[in-house]
Write a protein that binds this ligand. Sequence first.
Ligand SMILES: Nc1ncnc2c1ncn2[C@@H]1O[C@H](COP(=O)(O)OP(=O)(O)OP(=O)(O)O)[C@@H](O)[C@H]1O
Ligand SMILES: [Mg+2]
Length: 458
Amino acid sequence: MSSEAAISVRDLSKVFPVYSKPHHRLLQMVMPGPKNRWYREFHALRHVNVDIFRGETVGIVGRNGSGKSTLLQLICGTLTPTSGEINVNGRIAALLELGAGFNPEFTGRENVFLNATVLGLTRAQIADKFDDIAAFADIGDFIDQPVKSYSSGMYVRLAFAVAINVEPEILVVDEALSVGDEGFQRKCFARIDAIRDSGATVLFVSHSASTVVDLCDRAILLDRGELLISGTPRHVVSRYQKLLYTPAEKVAEMREEIRASGGGVSQGMEAPDSSRSSTVEEPRSAVTAQRAESEIQAYWEEGMEPSSTVVYESRGAAIESPHIQTLDGRMVNVLVPGDTYVYQYKVRTHRVLARVRCGMMIRSLTGIEIGGGATATPSDALPVVETNAVLNVRFKFRCLLAPGVYFLNAGVLAAFDEGEAYVDRRVDVAMFRVMPESSRLATGFVNLDVVPQVSVAA
Ligand SMILES: Nc1ncnc2c1ncn2[C@@H]1O[C@H](COP(=O)(O)OP(=O)(O)OP(=O)(O)O)[C@@H](O)[C@H]1O
Ligand SMILES: [Mg+2]
C-alpha cells in the first residue's frame, strides 16, 4: 500500500432539488428565476473530505439515506458535485446500485462489449476476456437475451463479472452483492480478495458488519450526508451499530459522541496504519487479531430494545427485568463471542404455584430457535412456591453464536389442570448483539469448535 491517494475528495457537497409536486419540476423549467423557486434543497452530502489510498480496501457504512450511494456515484462520475473536488487516480470499474450501467434493450453480450469499452478496453481485449466474463456470470443462455428480461440477481452477476474482469485499478461496489445468492457472493468476495492482493484499491458500501470487518483495512461512517468518522473497521462498525439503535431524540447527541471518539487507529485523511495492510508481505496475523479481540469487552448499548415483544396473559406469575450480565455483574447487550454470560430474570408469584420451572430461548432475527434451557425437568421442578415469592432465575451460557442480532424469550411453567402450562411467557423480551470476529472460521449460527485440517495427499 502506498500513501498516494487513488481517490481524493475535498469539501464535497451534493444538493438535490426536491419538488413537492411532480408538476413543480416542469414549472421550474419554464419559470425559473430567483423569485420562483419550485423546489427545496436537499443536502445529500455536506463538506466531505476523505482520501482513499492506493491499495487500500475501504468500507463505507451508514444508515439508509446517509449518502453512501451518492458519494460513490460522484466518485464514479455518474453524478456531478454541487461543490468541492474529486480526483481519481487510476482506471475505475464500478458496480453501482441496480439501474446504473447496462442498456436494458441490448443483450448481455452486447452490454459486456459496451460496458468494457466504456472502461477503456479495446474490442480485441474484450473478445479475449469474454469467455471468462460469461463463465463468471454463469447465467447460461441468458447472455444472448436482452438485459431487461434478467432477474436482479442475473443483472448483478453480469455487471460484477465485467467489473472484475477488466482488471481495474480501483473497484467500487455499492451493496449490489447482497442481491446475488450466497454461492455467488462467496465467489465475488474471493475475487475481490484477489483484486485487492494485486494492489488495487477497493471501495465498497456494505450493511454487513462482518463483511466490513473481514475485508477492509479502514471504514468510514456517513450520517446525514456528513462523514462522522474514518478509522479501523471494528471501531467504525461498532459506532455505526450504536447509531442504528439510538432512539431518534438522542441521535444528535450520539453523533457528537461518535465524532469525538475519532476513528480508532487510522484517522481521517492520514495515511492508513501500515500494520493493517493486507499485502502479501504482511498478512494479517490471526494471533494479533485474537490479542486485539481479547481486549474487547462486552458493553451496554442504549436503545437496543425489541419492538416485537409479545407478553402472554399471566396465570399467576410475572417475569421481571430480564437481562444479560457479565460474570462480574455488569448489565450488557453487546457480547464478545466466546465469553460466558448470565441471562437472568426475576419471577414474582401472585398465587401459590406447584411444580414450577423456568425457561429461556434464544432466537435469530428470522425467528429460528437457536438454543435455550430450562431450570428443571417436569419431574424435579420446584414442588411449591408461595404467593408473593420472588425467584431469581439465572442461566449461565457461553456465547458461541455468530456475529449478529438475537432475541430472548422467558417463560415460567407450573402445574395446571392435569399437566403444566405457562403462568407467564414473554417472547422477544430482550435483544442482544454479538460482536463481529475478524478471525472467525466457524460458519452458521453456532460455533461447534470445529477443528479444520487440510493436507495434500501424497
Ligand atoms: N436524485 C435525487 N433527488 C433527490 N434526492 C435524492 C436523489 N438521490 C438521492 N437523494 C437523497 O439523498 C439522500 C442520500 O441518498 P443515497 O442514495 O446516497 O443514500 P444511501 O446511503 O446510499 O442509502 P441506502 O442505504 O438506502 O442505499 C437520500 O435521502 C435520498 O433520498
Ligand atoms: Mg445506497
